[in-house]
Design a protein around this ligand. Structure first.
Ligand code: S3P
Length: 443
């Protein structure tokens, strides 16, 4: 455990280097390992979650190395992975675990998975259920939790599957399994979720079709057993990591920060929309497309925010941004109501509970239900002064360090170590803008 204190700060200013997108980094490694020939990745996120996926690809037989300019993978081709000779440890990463479970479900060998205490508590039945239909066999702890073993299908089947919850991880697990199944596999999602898997499958040479449905959902179809060929991949900056300096600079009076090279895929920009509704001053400049993903620079200046209503339909486009949105809401004028948050209860922690507990400890009034959160904004700096248990959750840790920057008294978190799963340079980068986040003095 590494406690950390975040003190109220003066204006934040400067240019912020946003680390690579975590979702896109996992997918680039997995598809690089599934392609024939060399894949070169620039901008890969070098954080624990992604490094666990890189190691899993090595153990499945791909050649994965870090070179001067980036990462290189020599893949095994679709269906060409080899049985790992030890357990794949996916650490804290739900995305890594679910995507790789999907990948091996259509390979005729057995793969064992484990993870840390947080990952071992997370539901895997959501991938086990559809992957059984593909033909895989599973042995897991009760409730479909890790550690688990996957007996991959020798003759995988194409399936048609309607997702019971909008989840890009489950969609991607099925599509990765479908790579080695003959025929067409179709996934239907109730609301559109991030489409990095579909975009990257096309980039590597697969045939993927997406159809928008009358009810707002999507139907995604992949033609199985494609020839995937090694490619160059450029990973944009992660908007889910950019969210923290974005909110911090919006809240701390007098701030002005530039965030370069941020991925702005429309299925990821719900936070920009919500902060816009709250009155944030964010300009999106130099819009461009890099390796099939839209990218821009964001310039954010402090402003006074107002409470808003966040509709359930927007949740998938900002699923990971609620902890830091709750911090923005805590400083806003008026009440913010967030709906459709059931999935937050099964993230790296029960984020709904962690947010409510942490905000309450910092003098902010909140109300919660099964799937909603109401935050009563302080109309400026909230009291702060609390100690927050981060529960092995990187985004809870970073969100409450941001709260400390904008509060009247410092905020302390019990453990900054989980931050390394997605954003190892977070504290140094924020302090580079003028934040005062540090380890507490020894007592
Ligand atoms: C992710 C999808 C989301 C998100 C996670 C990354 C992905 O999870 O919370 O951090 O890369 O596909 P769900 O698909 O389970 O909502």
């Amino acid at each position: 455990m590494k406690p950390m204190i975040s003190r109220p700060t003066g204006p934040l200013a400067g240019v912020f280097a946003v680390p690579g997108d975590k979702s896109i980094s996992h997918r680039a490694l997995i598809l690089g390992a599934s392609a024939v020939g060399e894949t070169a990745i620039r901008g890969l996120l070098e954080a624990e979650d992604v490094l666990a996926t890189a190691e899993a690809m090595r153990r499945l037989g791909a050649e994965v190395s870090r070179s001067g300019e980036g990462w290189r993978i020599f893949g095994r081709g679709v269906g060409g992975l080899a049985e790992p000779d030890s357990v794949l440890d996916m650490g804290n990463s739900g995305t890594g675990a679910r995507l790789v479970i999907g990948l091996v479900a259509s390979h005729p060998f057995t793969t064992f998975f484990c993870g840390d205490a947080s990952l071992s508590a997370r539901p895997m039945n959501r991938v086990i259920e559809p992957l059984r239909r593909v033909g895989a066999t599973f042995w897991s702890r009760s409730g479909g939790r890790l550690p688990l073993a996957v007996g991959g299908a020798a003759d995988p089947l194409p399936i048609v599957y309607s997702l019971p919850v909008a989840s890009a991880q489950v969609k991607s697990a099925i599509l990765f399994a479908a790579l080695n199944a003959p025929g067409r596999t179709t996934v239907i999602e109730p609301l559109p979720t991030r489409d990095h898997t579909e975009a990257m499958l096309s980039h590597f040479g697969a045939e993927v079709e997406t159809e928008t449905l009358a009810d707002g959902g999507r139907r995604i179809t992949l033609v199985g057993q494609p020839e995937l060929t090694g490619r160059e991949v450029v990973v944009p900056g992660d908007i889910s990591s950019a969210a923290f300096p974005l909110v911090a600079a919006s809240l701390v009076p007098g701030s002005r920060v530039t965030l370069r090279n941020v991925g702005i895929n429309p299925l990821r920009t719900g936070l920009l929309e919500t902060l816009g509704d709250m009155g944030a001053r964010i300009s999106v400049t130099d819009r461009r497309v890099e390796a099939g993903e839209p990218v821009a620079d964001l310039i954010v200046e402090a402003s006074s925010l107002g409470g808003v209503e966040v509709p359930a339909g927007r949740v998938p486009a900002m699923i990971d941004e609620f902890p830091v949105l709750a911090v923005a809401a805590a400083c806003a004028n008026g009440v913010t109501r967030m709906h459709g948050l059931a999935e937050l209860r099964v993230k790296e922690s029960d984020r709904l509970a962690a947010m409510a507990r942490g905000l309450t400890a910092c003098g902010v009034r909140v109300e919660t239900g099964d799937d909603w959160l109401v935050v009563h904004g302080a109309g400026g700096a909230p009291p702060g002064g609390g100690e927050v248990a981060v529960d092995m959750d990187h985004r809870i840790a970073m969100a409450f360090l941001v709260l400390g920057m904008a509060s009247r008294a410092p905020v302390r978190i019990d453990d900054a170590e989980p931050i390394a799963t997605s954003f190892p340079s977070f504290v140094a980068s924020m302090n580079g803008l003028g934040a005062r986040t540090e380890e507490p003095p020894a007592t």
